[in-house]
Structures are given as structure tokens and as C-alpha cells.
Design a protein around this ligand. Structure first.
Ligand SMILES: NC(=O)C1=CN([C@@H]2O[C@H](COP(=O)(O)OP(=O)(O)OC[C@H]3O[C@@H](n4cnc5c(N)ncnc54)[C@H](O)[C@@H]3O)[C@@H](O)[C@H]2O)C=CC1
Ligand SMILES: CC(C)CC(=O)C(=O)O
Ligand SMILES: [Mg+2]
Length: 353
């Protein structure tokens, strides 16, 4: 098959990990006789530097016409001035909104050989296999008003957490559908003891659950969920939650998997091709050193093959090669080893069937 894939390397380690994933996709393309056409566009801080805009119109249009989009990360200290009117992160938020990708799937699997890389006790990590379904185009990151103003002679900052029933319904429904393909358990995470938006979330989740009598629904307060994630992570199958809660809980979940560099994601809505990115940021502390762990981005490329191109066998080949490389001891520095990004990528490519 032929597919047009837009690449958005972005900032910091973004270009390093995207280049690694492209090498893996090219190897898969050669092996299975597919033609992946890659075209690179600007986003984030590098786009601000070249165009003044963190999401140039050309980038958004290219992403809308592509079969899929693979993104590295955006942001970094260079663009962190709090008085700046444009920020790299606005480019990513604008892209997610512009593509309408409301469903962000973040699978978390713990490789048995990496249990010793995690600070959490080993018996708690065995067999952890959960997926966080994070709402991605609403909630606290997008609600209006979002502003600074002056009240009684001092500055005030306002962010708004808002959801409509439809926005909640479509993400919770997706979580239930996913649960049917897994262990049939949905944990809906909210803060319903405090937030009105969470009380609506709970009501809608209960309503959706009636359509899935074969799936168990539990409601978990987000603070308890954060605790359970490290104490009894095996108790989760599908977690569905608000945008910011999902953002925070998945960084925590990365600790289970051994490193921020391990976790992939897919952002979908069924209309455009889908947006694929590791869950980590631009990691300015290690950028440019060639030591970033490329696995989160490589596994995101596997999700791209599965969800946007329907290439299940090829997706599994990548996942298997990653598993095998880890089993056989391949480790970047974040996992306690010394492989460079390039060497880790090569170790994975060598193990592709
Ligand atoms: N999706 C995106 O583009 C995101 C962008 N950011 C932006 O990234 C910048 C840095 O944010 P941080 O809070 O430092 O979060 P970060 O996720 O970039 O880094 C946190 C820690 O994890 C390590 N790390 C992350 N990815 C790694 C990888 N692939 N291999 C090895 N180690 C890795 C970093 O070295 C750092 O110690 C900020 O400007 C932030 O706004 C943050 C999160 C997501
Ligand atoms: C806009 C991003 C910086 C938010 C984030 O941390 C993420 O999506 O994981
Ligand atoms: Mg995040």
C-alpha cells in the first residue's frame, strides 16, 4: 500500500525520536512492500522561530490531508518566557483541536525484563497491562474563559473546566468499546466530590454503562487513582478520564513501564488520519546528545500502522521487535543502559521479522 505520512519533529529530542521511528517504518515498508511517503512540516518552537506561528496554516492543512501524522514533541526553555504571546504548546493544542482528535489512547504495558528499572516493588508490576483513554480536545486545557485580568489591583488568572454531555459520552463510549476487546473493566476517573464537571461525567458514564452490561464500571476519584496506579496497578484495565487528569496520570504510569521514553499514544476521531506521538515532552535536559529513548515514538508508529493504515501484522512486528530487543538486554540510558538512540533503533530494526 501507499500512504502519506506527515512528520512533525518539533523541538528538543522530537527530531531525534521521530527520525528513529521513520527508520523503523522504512524498514517495515521494505519488508512488507509498502510505500510510505514522508513529508516534514513545522510545529512548536521551531515553527515560531521560522514563521512566528506555532501551528502554521500549511502544517494544519497538510495534517488534515495526510493518512496519518507522526509527531515528536514541542517546547523548551528557549520559548518559556511567561510574557511571550505565543508558546510552542499552543501549536500542539491547536493541532489536536484542528484535527478534532478527542480520543487519546495511551497503553501502558510493563515488560518483565524492565521491572528492575522501575522504583516500584516488582510483584506489583508483573502483568500490568492497562490503557488510559484520555479526553483530548476539551476539559481544562480548552475551556473558556482562559485569561489574565486585573481584580482589586492584582492580577487574576482563569482556566475553565467544561464538558458537554456529548463530549463525555463519545469518549466514555469508546472506553467501553475498548474494554470489550480487553478484560471488560472500565475505571472512570474524576473528582466528583468537588467538581460539577465530574458529577456530569459520572452521570453520563453511568448512562453509557447501561449499554454495556457485560462490562464492569467503577468510579475512582483522581487522587485515589494516582495512589492505586502505583500501589495496585494490576487492578486497572481501561481508565477513561478528563484531559488534564489523563495527562498527569500517564506520566505517573510511565514510571511503571520504566521510563518516560517508553509510552506511545494515538489520538483519534475517525475523521482525519490520526495523530501519533510519544507521551513525553521535548526533554531539553538530554536534547542533542543522541541518548533519547526512541521506543515511545517507535511504538506510536506501530499504533499508526494499526489504527490509521489497518496494518495489524506490521504493527505487531514492530511491537514484537521492541519486546525482543528489551528481552535481549538493549537499554538506553534512562533504562539503566548505555545504548544511543541510533543503537537502540538499530537493535529493534535487526529484530523485525
Ligand atoms: N507532547 C509534547 O510535545 C509535550 C511537550 N512538553 C514540553 O516539553 C518541555 C519539557 O518538559 P518536561 O517537563 O521536562 O517533560 P519531558 O517529558 O520532556 O521530560 C521529563 C523527564 O523525562 C525524561 N525523558 C523524556 N522523554 C525521554 C526519552 N524519550 N528518553 C529518555 N528520557 C526522556 C527527560 O529527560 C526528563 O528528565 C516543556 O517545554 C513542556 O511544555 C511536555 C510534555 C508533552
Ligand atoms: C500540550 C502538552 C504539552 C500537554 C502534555 O503534556 C501531553 O499531552 O502529554
Ligand atoms: Mg503530558
Amino acid at each position: 500500500m501507499k500512504a502519506n505520512i506527515v512528520l512533525l519533529p518539533g523541538d528538543g529530542i522530537g527530531p531525534e525520536v521521530v527520525s528513529a521511528a521513520v527508520q523503523v517504518l522504512e524498514a517495515v515498508g521494505q519488508h512488507y512492500d509498502h510505500k510510505f511517503v514522508f513529508t516534514e512540516y513545522l510545529i512548536g518552537g521551531s515553527a515560531i522561530d521560522k514563521t512566528g506561528n506555532p501551528l502554521p496554516e500549511e502544517t494544519l492543512q497538510a495534517c488534515r490531508s495526510a493518512d496519518a501524522v507522526l509527531l515528536g514533541a514541542v517546547g523548551g526553555p528557549k520559548w518559556d518566557d511567561p510574557r511571550a504571546s505565543v508558546r510552542p504548546e499552543q501549536g500542539l493544542l491547536g493541532l489536536r483541536k484542528g484535527l478534532g482528535v478527542f480520543a487519546n489512547l495511551r497503553p501502558v504495558r510493563v515488560h518483565p525484563a524492565l521491572i528492575e528499572a522501575s522504583p516500584i516493588k516488582s510483584d506489583r508490576l508483573l502483568g500490568v497491562d492497562l490503557i488510559v483513554v484520555r479526553e483530548l480536545t476539551g476539559g481544562l486545557y480548552f475551556g473558556q474563559p482562559k485569561k489574565r485580568d486585573w481584580v482589586d489591583g492584582q492580577q487574576r488568572a482563569v482556566d475553565t473546566l467544561e464538558y458537554t454531555e456529548n463530549e463525555i459520552e463519545r469518549i466514555v463510549d469508546l472506553a467501553f468499546r475498548l474494554a470489550r476487546q480487553r478484560r471488560r473493566k472500565v475505571s472512570s476517573v474524576d473528582k466528583a466530590n468537588v467538581l460539577e464537571s465530574s458529577r456530569l461525567w459520572r452521570e453520563v458514564a453511568n448512562r453509557v454503562a447501561q449499554r454495556y452490561p457485560d462490562v464492569t464500571l467503577e468510579h475512582v476519584l483522581v487522587d485515589t487513582a494516582a495512589m492505586r496506579l502505583v500501589s495496585v496497578p494490576q487492578s486497572f484495565d481501561v481508565i477513561v478520564t478528563e484531559n488534564m487528569f489523563g495527562d498527569i496520570l500517564t506520566d505517573e504510569a510511565a514510571v511503571l513501564a520504566g521510563s518516560m521514553g517508553m509510552l506511545p499514544s494515538a489520538s483519534l476521531n475517525g475523521q482525519y488520519g490520526g495523530l501519533y506521538e510519544p507521551i513525553h515532552g521535548s526533554a531539553p535536559d538530554i536534547a542533542g546528545q543522541g541518548i533519547a529513548n526512541p521506543i515511545g515514538t517507535i511504538l506510536s508508529a506501530a499504533m499508526l500502522l494499526r489504527y490509521s493504515l489497518g496494518l495489524e501484522q506490521e504493527a505487531r512486528a514492530i511491537e514484537k521487535a521492541v519486546d525482543q530487543a528489551i528481552t535481549e538486554g538493549a537499554r538506553t540510558r534512562d533504562l539503566g543502559g548505555s545504548l544511543t538512540t541510533t543503537a537502540m533503533t538499530q537493535a529493534i530494526i535487526e529484530r523485525l521479522d
